[in-house]
Ligand binder design. Sequence first.
Ligand SMILES: Cc1ncc(COP(=O)(O)O)c(C=O)c1O
Length: 504
Amino acid sequence: MDFPAPPFHGLPMLRPWTLLLKDQVRIAADSPRYMQVAHGLIHEIERGRLLPGEFLPSSRELAATLDVNRKTIVTAYDELIAQGWLASAGTRGTMVSLSLPRNEAATRPAPPVMATEADDTEYPYLAAPDRPIAVPQGSWRKLDEGISDARLFPAEVLARAYRKAVEDASRANALHYRDPRGTLPLRNAVADMLRRQRGLTVTADHICVTRGSQMGIFLTARILIRPGDAVLVERLTYEPAVAAFRACGARIVTVGLDEDGIDVEDVERQCRLHRVRAVFVTPHHQFPTTVSMRPDRRLRLLDLARQFAFAIIEDDYDHEFHFSAQPLLPMASYAPARIIYAGSMSKLLVPALRIGYIAAAPRVIDALAYQISLIDGMGNSVTENAAADLLNSGEVRRQVRKTAPIYAARRDAFARSLEEELSGLVDYRVPDGGLAFWLRFRDPAMLDRIEAHAPAIGLSFAPSRSYAVEEENERGLRIGFASLTEQEARDVLRALRRCVEGTA
Ligand SMILES: Cc1ncc(COP(=O)(O)O)c(C=O)c1O
């Protein structure tokens, strides 16, 4: 059967919604009433509104809705059970059969659940690109590009913070529409963290909370870019940011990149050729290569930003995990006026919270907040205040202190397994910080084999071509180590080797 079955929720008494059938089952005078009810229900099943496994109203309820005798409904249900459209679930009631009769309807393609007319979507719309937009469902092992291990984050700590946030907001009658910049407790807590830990001179007025830093990057593009403006990105970079710039009309121009970060001479060259509106960089841990931008290049990039009047979008997505010497402060700490600084709590807490933020001049923050007011009015104030509580209570700091040594050990274990499993096949450097390795395979044919075999063994990861803006440029795999135990890392790397050897 083609229909998607709804989740089976046990007792029908727990149905959350009353099923409206009054308009679908019209009772006329010309044929037996139970047949009219039966036809109405078959029609609703055929068009995909009533799904297999779904419970129908009780005969008493439906009789009252349709204003017919209860016996009429009982007869209609009995008839449909006999035909295989419905099934009795004993005392729990009557449900749509899990295997519908194979008649003409069953051999037709499954009806679209939302669109009832074939030409419903035949208007011009901005289509999604031709690539998967979601992670695969099912029991895949999804390798990430460097996130913390959510298994190490205590659920009860988060639950407590949420409970407190809900109770406080309810007591203060603050569960209604609020400031689109985000709640004041979170903007204060983020500003406090940025001042103390990262050297930024900011207050809450410099902070706009977003649903993840991806939204912050998109909104920044939206307020900054006019169609045709050039945005400079390194030749290997973070594709979702590039996609956001393009979606806002940017012309993407790539510049060079080496062991010390962005090639600033190339930036200058491109500024002489194009009207450059913004430069996107990840100076702390370059995405995907993990290298840090050298201090003199940071200063030179800032000089160029002043000279050519472009904005620097500094994406500091995993600031807190740095394992070697004292890390450099963000560029935003010494040139606040030129920089739009995007931060995220996805690595600090968990991605599912969807908390990111932009730190920038207040007028930029107001422009972003206006965009937020157009999209969703405001952020999720309960989640924001729960996150503020976790920051203010020191829980986040405790979590970083607890996990940093674990991640450092996992990084070393990953490097050892790399040596054991893929030695001679890949070039890599052990990253000073961040939560991922950048693996460059010496022979691109190996990547072809890995990508061909991985689905068969249930392994999923970002495509090796997703990092280079221009397709003919380098490929590689960026694999997060922090979410993998030593054993898991070994298993994953061994699986990659088998893919290379063709023995997976
Ligand atoms: C370079 C980079 N920027 C931004 C993000 C977006 O993070 P989020 O939207 O979860 O805050 C990520 C996520 O992994 C990232 O790797």
